[in-house]
Design a protein around this ligand. Structure first.
Ligand code: TEU
Length: 570
C-alpha cells in the first residue's frame, strides 16, 4: 500500500468517492461465526462467510473491536490496539481477512476506541503503580468532601452508577479517583495529553499501513471534556446525550479529528472515518463531518424515530439539510449492537412524536411485542433506508429478520449495563445473540458440529425458521428482499442526487430519486399507488378495482409496506 508524501498531495476526487454512497455491513465479530468451536465468533469464521457477504451486495464491512480485551464490554475495553484478541484469532488471520475481503471487492472498516482503554492496558497499569507521568494519560482527580472520600463531580456512567472509582496507592493509602464514563474497567483517557494524541495517530497508521480502509470512531463525541470537569446540570448523561453535558460534544474535540483527517488523506486511496457521535442535534452532528474532519457520522435520529411517516420525514429533511450544509452524505442506520433490533422496536405501539429514545421504551416496555408486525415494518423500513441519498449501515442479522431476544436469563447476560444498572436495564445482549446459519437447533451452524462449547449467548429455538441456509432459496425471505434491494439500489439509485418529495396521503411518505419513486405506508389502511412499474415491494401489493379508481385497476400499497416504482423521468 503506497503512502503518499506529506501534505500537498493530490486528493482523490471525492465526487464519486465510494464512502458517499456505500452500504456497510456491521460485523459484531463475537456473534458472527465461530470457526474453532469455543462458542465465540472469530476472524476465521468471518473469513469463511465472505462469499455470503459478497453475495449480499454490500460495499464494505465494519468489524467491531477485535483487539486484546478482558471483554468486560464486548471488546470496547481495549488492552492493546495493535494486536488481536486471541479468542478472535491472530494478526496473521486479520491480515489474511483483509486480503480476502479486498479480493471480494469489500472494503474493511475497523473500530477504534479512543475515549478510554481497558483497565488492563499497560498504560493504566502504570498509572496504578503511579509511575512518572502515567496518571496524566487518564482523568485522575482528587475527591471532594471529608478525606476526599466523595467523587470529584456528579457525573454518572452511561451504564449506571457513578462515573468515578477511587484507587489506592501502592502503599495502600486511599488516593485519587479516575473517570470512567462507561464501566470501571474503561478508564477515560486525557486527550489534552500530547502522548495520548500521538499514540492514537500511530495506531491509525499501524492499521492503515496494513490496508484497512477506515475506522468507525467509538464515542467520537466524548474525547474532550469541559475544562475543570464541572458538575452537570443533569448528572445522568443519559444514553443519548441529547441534553448538553460537560462530558460530551465539546468543541475542542474537532481539532483532534482535523489531525486524523490529514493522516487519512495521505494514503492512496484515502482512508475514511465514520463517527459514532450521540449529540443533541444535527447541527452539532454536522460539526463532525466538515470537509477537513470526518467523512460521515451515523444519523441516529432516524434510528430513534418511531414507525410514523411524518416523524420519519421530518428527521430525513433535517438530517439531509444539515449534512448538505457541510457537503457531507447522511448515514442512515436502523440497528446496531447497542440498541433493540428494529424488528422489535417496531413491534410495539408507536407514538406519533419522537420519544427521547424509542428503544429504551421497547427495551423496558412490558407491552407484548407483535413480532410479525415488527418484521413487516422492518421490511418496509429497509426499502426506505436504502432508497435515501447517502450511506446506509446494516447490522448483522437484520437481513435475516432477527428480532431482539428479550428472554435471556439474567445470569447469562454479559452487558455491564445489566449489572451497573442494578438489573433495571436488561442491557444490549438481546441484539448480540450469535447468528443462525444452518441446522434445526442451536448452535444453528454458528459453531462447527460437535463444538466444545455452546454459543456465548443462548439462541432461541424459534430461530430454526430464520436460518440463512433456508432463506437462500426462498424468494419471499428477508434475505431475498435485502439482496434484491441492494442490487436495485446499485442499478437505479447510486449516483443519483437528492430526493424530491412527492405528495402522498397522511401517514405515508413518497419521494423521487432519478427515475425511481419510493412509497412508504406507515398507516393501517391501504393507499393507491401511482402508475409505474413496481421494481420491488416489501410485502405483496394488492391489485384490482379500488374505491378511488372505479374504472381501471390500480395497485394499492398495503399497511406497513414500502414499494419502489420505476416512473418516467418527469
Ligand atoms: O457506545 C457509546 C454509547 O454512548 C452507547 O453507550 C450508547 O449511547 C448506548 O449504548 C445506546 O443504548 C459505544 C459502543 O457502541 C458501545 O458498545 C460501548 O459500550 C461504548 O461505546 C463504550 O465503548
Amino acid at each position: 500500500m503506497t503512502l503518499l508524501p506529506a501534505p500537498g498531495v493530490e486528493k482523490a476526487t471525492e465526487a464519486t468517492a465510494w464512502w458517499k454512497t456505500a452500504v456497510v455491513y456491521q460485523v459484531y465479530i463475537r456473534s458472527f461465526a465461530d470457526s474453532d468451536g469455543d462458542g465465540v465468533g472469530d476472524i476465521n469464521g468471518l473469513r469463511a462467510k465472505l462469499p455470503y457477504l459478497a453475495s449480499l451486495g454490500v460495499d464494505a464491512l465494519w468489524v467491531n473491536p477485535w483487539y486484546p480485551s478482558p471483554l468486560e464490554d464486548g471488546g470496547y475495553d481495549v488492552a492493546d490496539y495493535r494486536a488481536i484478541e486471541p479468542t478472535f484469532g491472530t494478526l496473521a488471520d486479520a491480515e489474511a481477512f483483509l486480503r480476502e475481503a479486498h479480493g471480494s471487492d469489500l472494503k474493511v472498516l475497523l473500530d477504534i476506541v479512543p475515549n478510554h482503554t481497558s483497565a488492563a492496558h499497560p498504560w493504566f497499569q502504570a498509572a496504578l503503580r503511579d509511575e512518572p507521568g502515567a496518571r496524566e494519560r487518564y482523568v485522575f482527580r482528587t475527591g471532594r468532601g471529608e478525606g476526599c472520600a466523595e467523587p470529584p463531580n456528579n457525573w454518572r456512567s452511561i451504564f449506571g452508577g457513578t462515573a468515578w472509582t477511587r484507587i489506592t496507592d501502592p502503599d495502600g493509602t486511599p488516593a485519587e479517583w479516575y473517570l470512567h464514563l462507561f464501566a470501571p474497567g474503561q478508564p477515560d483517557l486525557e486527550w489534552c495529553n500530547p502522548q495520548v494524541r500521538g499514540e492514537f495517530e500511530d495506531i491509525l497508521r499501524f492499521w492503515f499501513d496494513r490496508g484497512v480502509d477506515g475506522f468507525r470512531i467509538d464515542v467520537a463525541h466524548g474525547l474532550s471534556k469541559a475544562a475543570g470537569l464541572p458538575d452537570a446540570l443533569d448528572a445522568a448523561p443519559g444514553a443519548h446525550h441529547t441534553a448538553p453535558h460537560p462530558a460530551w460534544d465539546q468543541d475542542e474535540v474537532h481539532e483532534i479529528y482535523r489531525g486524523w483527517r490529514k493522516i487519512a488523506d495521505c494514503y492512496d486511496p484515502p482512508r475514511i472515518f465514520v463517527a459514532e457521535a450521540w449529540v443533541a442535534s444535527n447541527d452539532r452532528l454536522a460539526q463532525y463531518v466538515r470537509r477537513d474532519e470526518l467523512h460521515t457520522a451515523f444519523q441516529f435520529d432516524f434510528l430513534r424515530a418511531p414507525w410514523r411517516a411524518q416523524r420519519m420525514r421530518s428527521v430525513i429533511d433535517d438530517a439531509i439539510a444539515t449534512a448538505t450544509m457541510v457537503d457531507a452524505p447522511s448515514t442512515w442506520v436502523l440497528s446496531n449492537h447497542d440498541v433493540v433490533r428494529h424488528a422489535t422496536r417496531y413491534a410495539r405501539s408507536q407514538p406519533d412524536h419522537a420519544v427521547e429514545s424509542e428503544w429504551e421504551r421497547a427495551r423496558w416496555g412490558d407491552e407484548r411485542a407483535d413480532i410479525a408486525l415488527g418484521v413487516k415494518r422492518a421490511r418496509a423500513a429497509i426499502l426506505l433506508a436504502l432508497a435515501l441519498p447517502g450511506v446506509a449501515y446494516l447490522y448483522q442479522g437484520e437481513e435475516l429478520g432477527l428480532a431482539e431476544v428479550e428472554d435471556i436469563p439474567g445470569d447469562l447476560r454479559q452487558d455491564p449495563t445489566w449489572v451497573q444498572s442494578g438489573h433495571t436495564d436488561p442491557g444490549r445482549d438481546g441484539c448480540r445473540v450469535p447468528l443462525p446459519w444452518s441446522g434445526q437447533s442451536p448452535p444453528f451452524g454458528f459453531s462447527p458440529d460437535n463444538a466444545g462449547a455452546n454459543p456465548w449467548l443462548p439462541q432461541p429455538e424459534a430461530w430454526a425458521g430464520l436460518i440463512a441456509a433456508a432463506q437462500e432459496g426462498d424468494p419471499t425471505s428477508m434475505l431475498a428482499l435485502y439482496r434484491a434491494a441492494l442490487r436495485l439500489r446499485r442499478e437505479h439509485l447510486t449516483g443519483h442526487g437528492d430526493l424530491e418529495w412527492v405528495d402522498s396521503p397522511e401517514g405515508t411518505l413518497a419521494f423521487r430519486r432519478g427515475g425511481l419513486q419510493c412509497w412508504v405506508n406507515t398507516t393501517s389502511a391501504g393507499i393507491d399507488l401511482p402508475r409505474g412499474a413496481v421494481l420491488l415491494s416489501s410485502s405483496p401489493l394488492v391489485s384490482g378495482l379500488l374505491a378511488s379508481s372505479r374504472t381501471m385497476s390500480q395497485r394499492s400499497l398495503p399497511p406497513d409496506t414500502s414499494a419502489w416504482l420505476l416512473t418516467r423521468m418527469t
